[in-house]
Design a binder for this molecule. Structure first.
Ligand code: HEC
Length: 155
């Protein structure tokens, strides 16, 4: 039998290289399925706005203690804006529980804004206490350990 030249083997079923794309996909597929949907910089941005939320939370506590309505309104609006970002962040994942907590947290921030606008310090205090519990309830679930918020695999 005549051995075909290298040229004629390209694209031939006996060409061992034809298996490479299939093998690469086999290796990459599970990585793509479990790896996160967020880039490393999106995850950095998330941590950054969480830190900002913490600062606004401290300002809100101080404002309530000092009965400083102007400061309370500003900080409440800032935290409400961040809870909207948080809600959008989790909406991109398949984590139902995190999505629900984020929605609840946003509603509490809006209650806080409403109470601050209406100069109702008692209502503001109640909304704030509820908001704080919700921030903690999410952290207690440690979603940062979930694969969907692992940095996405580099292409
Ligand atoms: C739906 C879930 C969820 C809610 C609600 C939430 N967080 Fe977080 N938070 C996280 C996760 C997850 C991390 C860890 C992120 C990471 O390590 O990448 C985090 C991290 C943080 C951090 C540390 C950031 C850093 O630099 O590592 C702070 C501070 C924080 N959150 C504050 C808050 C405050 C304040 C609220 C409420 C207004 C809040 N969080 C609400 C999920 C949540």
């Amino acid at each position: 039998m005549v051995t075909p030249s290298v040229g004629t083997r390209v694209g031939n079923r006996s060409n061992p290289y034809r298996l490479i794309p299939g093998l690469v996909s086999l290796v990459l597929l599970p990585t793509l399925l479990v790896a996160g949907i967020f880039s490393a910089s999106e995850l950095d941005a998330h941590r950054k706005w969480m830190d900002d939320a913490q600062e606004h939370k401290d300002d809100i506590r101080e404002a309530i203690e000092a009965k400083d309505l102007a400061k309370l309104r500003t900080a409440a609006q800032s935290i409400a804006a961040l809870t909207a970002k948080e809600q959008a962040f989790w909406a991109r994942t398949a984590l139902k529980q995190a999505q629900e907590i984020a929605i609840k947290n946003r509603a509490e921030a809006r209650d806080l804004v409403r109470a601050a606008q209406a100069s109702k310090l008692g209502d503001a205090q109640a909304a704030f206490a509820s908001l704080e519990r919700t921030c903690s309830s999410c952290h207690d679930l440690h979603f940062e350990k979930h694969p969907s918020i692992a940095p996405a695999a580099k292409p």
